[in-house]
Design a protein around this ligand. Structure first.
Ligand code: NAP
Length: 355
């Protein structure tokens, strides 16, 4: 079983540049394929993260002639890579698969000259400019940085869950639901993620039991309505998973009633954990402020306490956490970074038409 999906194909090894200001070998308006500058490690702006926030920042920065480098992470694409149907991103009235939406954003960023490198940033030094970032043994330098490293799934953090990950325990129904055709599965959580996972799993599973620690869901009314009306979904209210059962593979869960304390076993073939996300701030904590929930703090709109470092998306937002709000945030951060670079005479001011 997998925890993420790829699917960027040739985009990794090719940049498509279609800007009218590039010397074109093809008719105007036709994109031209050029060999990517794979070895480039210096940029006016480096973007950390390749979800909707990072890639929108890349599109805007690239169109402002900043030739950004995107350090996109080994699980490039962010949470939408493990999302099924996205029905609320404007412009897609029929909906679009999360990975396809990310493929399109990636192609759009590459088209304008962003260099996309799918490596995890392991360490940064924001003590002086140029800022320094290390990833996969390579040092990158940048005059400005946009942190858009997103958030990752939270696990229950019990030993049996960790042991059986990939053996029936998953945090990604889109990745692993297929393996549970005509099987019974558990979904843990009561938010929109859990409701979405449960509904998606009804495409495969014979029965889906949602385990929620309270007696009402946190998720949106529309998703609640769909889940509660679905004939394959049953809810175990006021229940907490205290152990995932099974030796080599999942055979069920032990549930504790959160009101009475009683325990009982629920047989199942798979367990999908959907209890929220944690911001990916580890490498930035020595340099940037975080709020009590661990999310990065902004000063003003997208700026941080380090002059020249900006933030965007879920790494700072625990309120909205939507693809469209993250994308909007990425746009704002790129505009702020470009203006900051211009004010510091580190970049020529882009023409208004670049936006
Ligand atoms: P969430 O809203 O924070 O919900 C997390 C759920 O997991 C809550 O029901 C919580 O229980 C439960 N939980 C947390 N820790 C737990 C633990 N240790 N053991 C058992 N249960 C635990 O997270 P989310 O569902 O990932 O959603 C995050 C945001 O993304 C929300 O704003 C949501 O609307 C949005 N979202 C939207 C869509 C969509 O529109 N299609 C899809 C997914 C997510 P309590 O309720 O008791 O706290």
């Amino acid at each position: 079983m997998t925890q993420g999906m790829g699917g960027f194909g040739s985009l990794k090894s090719l940049q498509i540049i279609g800007d009218a200001e590039q010397p074109l070998a093809a008719p105007v308006g036709q994109p031209v394929a050029v060999a990517p500058d794979e070895g480039r490690t210096e940029a006016k702006v480096i973007i950390v993260g390749s979800g909707p926030a990072g890639l929108t920042a890349a599109i805007y920065a690239a169109r402002a002639n900043l030739a950004p480098i995107v350090l996109g992470g080994y699980e490039a694409g962010g949470q939408l890579m493990i999302t099924s149907e996205v029905e609320n991103f404007p412009g897609f009235p029929e909906g679009i698969q999360g990975p396809e939406l990310m493929d399109r954003m990636r192609a759009q960023a590459a088209r304008f000259g962003a260099l996309l490198v799918d490596v995890d940033v392991e360490r940064v030094d924001f003590s002086a400019r140029p800022f320094r970032l290390w990833a996969a043994g390579v040092e990158y330098t940048a005059q400005s940085v946009i942190v858009a490293s997103g958030a990752s799934a939270i696990w229950l953090d019990i030993e049996s869950e960790t042991r059986l990950r990939g053996r029936g325990v998953s945090a990604c129904a889109t990745c692993d639901g297929f393996f549970f055709r005509d099987r019974k599965v558990i979904v843990v959580g009561g938010g929109d993620s859990a409701l979405e996972e449960a509904l998606f799993l009804t495409n495969f599973a014979s029965e889906v039991v949602m385990v929620h620690r309270r007696d009402q869901f946190r998720g949106s009314r529309i998703m609640q309505g769909r889940a509660l009306a679905h004939p394959k979904i049953r809810v175990a209210w006021n229940s907490q998973v205290v152990e995932v059962l099974g030796d080599q593979k999942v055979t069920g869960v032990r549930l504790r009633d959160t009101v009475t304390g009683d325990e009982r076993d629920e047989p199942a073939d798979g367990v999908f954990v959907a209890i929220g996300h944690r911001p990916n701030t580890g490498v930035f904590r020595d340099w940037l402020e975080v709020d009590p929930k661990g999310y990065l703090t902004v000063h003003g709109e997208t700026a941080t306490r380090v002059d020249g470092v900006f933030v965007a998306g879920d790494v700072r937002d625990h309120r909205y956490r939507q693809a469209v709000t993250a994308a909007g945030d990425g746009c704002r951060a790129a505009i702020d970074a470009e203006r900051w670079l211009a004010e510091h005479e580190l970049a020529e001011r882009a023409t208004a038409s670049a936006w």
